[in-house]
Design a protein around this ligand. Structure first.
Ligand code: HEC
Ligand code: HEC
Ligand code: HEC
Ligand code: HEC
Ligand code: HEC
Length: 375
């Protein structure tokens, strides 16, 4: 096998494609185009790249395509930068762009193009987004009083218990000590998520709590289809899995970390003190089990698309168990941003007692539903 040298990467990248008008988005399209070509003609570069990928890591390696779609060895090509690269480089991990540079949709309204999951960009909204939701193009003041996590803001998180977070000095960011993804020990975004893009089996969506990975079983399309049309048939395993299955549970039964513990890294007071796992409640419970007397809690009730979109529940070890459904922060909130106040999945104002709604608060609290449901 020919080993891949720096020169090969640079030479091959310029000879195989005209990179001059390559935006990150064409990068992504080019990546799948190249994958098709690769199957037909096993050229030297493709053979080398393929071998590299196969030997580089475990079977879970998930980003696909040529290295030069995403990496640049010197942040320089022909003595300058190419049009599709971010303008603020050089970037860590020899990347062509930063997190938002790659994760901004090039196509209005398209949250997932089959390769890259997008968390911001034009045309995205509560019905055209991924499970994490959408950051607005212009961040708000980040005062805990709008509808998204305001990147760069220096306000303390509501319910902050004083642990770990350094964003009050440096501003909220995507990952590391200032953000949500990756470990909480590295200040640098890329260092904090190191390896995550090439091996997404390390942790659910590259999320960690105190060194433990968050457990979860992610939708292959990040829930794009289900959010667009909740009547889509729910698929809970395999390559067509189209819903996220979250982990929730008492610390005694969860071996890794739950999604609510992730939120609690910065909003610890809401999750810990005063919530507990038993009534009387002074803050809305998370992690605790939903009574089997409630429709959604019943062992025979299987969540439908509306439930997954509007009030999903969690399970011990992120394995569906209809007899043990639990509340999580994501039963009501998305992580990035939504069209609604407080990053809620639905407008709180749509939730009114004695109405026939079956989503949101009323998705779980069926006793509070209107007269069409037996009280
Ligand atoms: C679709 C984009 C993409 C492609 C294609 C890609 N990478 Fe990466 N790579 C990333 C991103 C993003 C990171 C930084 C974040 C991380 O580590 O997850 C990264 C990190 C890395 C790292 C440091 C993390 C680690 O695992 O040690 C190495 C090394 C690396 N890439 C090598 C390569 C090589 C070699 C290729 C081609 C065979 C390649 N990458 C192709 C996006 C890509
Ligand atoms: C790395 C720290 C951090 C983590 C982890 C975190 N948050 Fe936040 N959150 C913040 C900060 C900082 C603010 C206040 C600034 C703002 O509003 O952007 C905030 C604000 C909020 C708000 C109020 C937003 C508004 O404008 O009304 C909600 C709701 C929220 N977070 C929910 C969550 C949920 C749910 C999770 C878990 C998925 C989570 N947070 C995880 C840092 C964090
Ligand atoms: C060079 C482009 C690029 C950059 C830079 C980049 N990403 Fe990604 N990211 C991707 C692609 C492509 C995928 C899809 C990988 C896959 O198929 O699982 C992805 C996937 C993800 C996922 C989902 C992983 C999963 O579990 O499926 C997360 C979370 C993520 N990126 C976070 C980040 C963060 C945080 C940063 C910055 C610290 C970042 N990305 C920087 C291209 C990029
Ligand atoms: C049962 C639904 C529900 C669950 C579960 C839930 N929240 Fe909320 N959250 C709300 C609603 C509704 C609001 C709006 C303000 C209010 O009514 O208290 C809110 C507001 C917030 C705010 C903004 C508070 C402020 O001062 O403006 C934060 C931060 C927040 N939630 C974080 C979390 C975290 C973290 C979790 C998990 C530990 C969580 N929420 C679980 C429904 C929920
Ligand atoms: C994912 C399911 C779920 C959703 C969605 C949900 N709840 Fe709850 N809620 C619960 C569970 C479970 C309890 C705990 C009940 C118990 O066992 O005591 C609870 C408890 C409560 C309580 C306290 C009841 C008591 O006995 O003290 C109130 C009030 C409440 N919820 C209101 C709301 C409101 C308002 C919303 C919407 C903003 C909401 N809930 C959304 C599951 C949910």
């Amino acid at each position: 096998m020919k080993s891949l040298t720096l020169v090969d990467v640079v030479e091959n990248s310029t000879s195989k494609t005209d990179l001059s008008d390559l935006s990150i988005n064409s990068v992504v399209k080019e990546a799948s185009y190249f994958k098709r070509i690769k199957r037909i003609a096993a050229g030297l570069l493709s053979a080398v790249v393929l071998t590299w990928v196969v030997f580089a890591g475990p079977a879970y390696a998930t980003v696909k395509g040529r290295c030069d779609n995403c990496h640049t060895m010197h942040y320089s090509q022909g003595g300058g930068q190419l049009a599709g690269w971010g303008t603020e480089g050089p970037y860590n991990t020899l990347l062509l762009n930063n997190c938002m540079g790659c994760h901004t949709t090039p196509t209005s309204g398209d949250a997932y193009d089959g390769t890259t999951p997008f968390v911001t960009g034009t045309g995205l909204n509560d019905n055209a987004c991924l499970a994490g939701g959408v950051f607005p193009a212009i961040m708000g003041t980040g005062d805990n009083d709008d509808n998204h996590h305001g990147m760069g803001n220096k306000n303390a998180p509501a319910g902050y218990n004083g642990d770990f977070y350094t964003g009050v000095a440096d501003g909220l960011s995507c990952a590391g000590t200032n953000g949500c993804h990756g470990n909480e020990t590295d200040t640098d975004n890329m260092k904090a998520i190191k390896g995550g893009h090439h091996d997404t089996s390390l942790a659910f969506r590259m999320l960690y709590v105190d060194g433990d990975s968050v457990e979860g079983d992610g939708a292959a399309d990040y829930e794009e289809a289900m959010i667009k049309d909740p009547t889509t048939t729910v698929v809970t395993s395999g390559v067509d899995q189209n819903v996220n299955i979250y982990c929730a549970g008492a610390p005694s039964v969860v071996t890794k970390a739950t999604i609510s513990e992730l939120c609690a890294k910065c909003h610890g007071v809401f999750h810990g003190a005063g919530t507990g796992l038993a009534s009387p409640w002074v803050r809305h419970p998370t992690e605790n089990i939903i009574s089997s007397d409630w429709e959604i809690g019943s062992g025979t009730y299987v969540l439908d698309g509306d439930d997954y979109k509007n009030n999903p529940v969690g399970f011990d070890a992120a394995v569906i168990d209809n007899a043990e459904k639990r509340v999580t922060c994501l039963s009501c909130h998305r992580a990035h941003g939504t069209d609604n106040d407080d990053i809620l999945k639905w407008a709180y104002s749509t939730q009114q007692a004695n109405t026939t709604n079956e989503f949101g608060c009323l998705g779980c609290h069926d006793t509070q539903r209107g007269p069409d449901t037996p009280q």
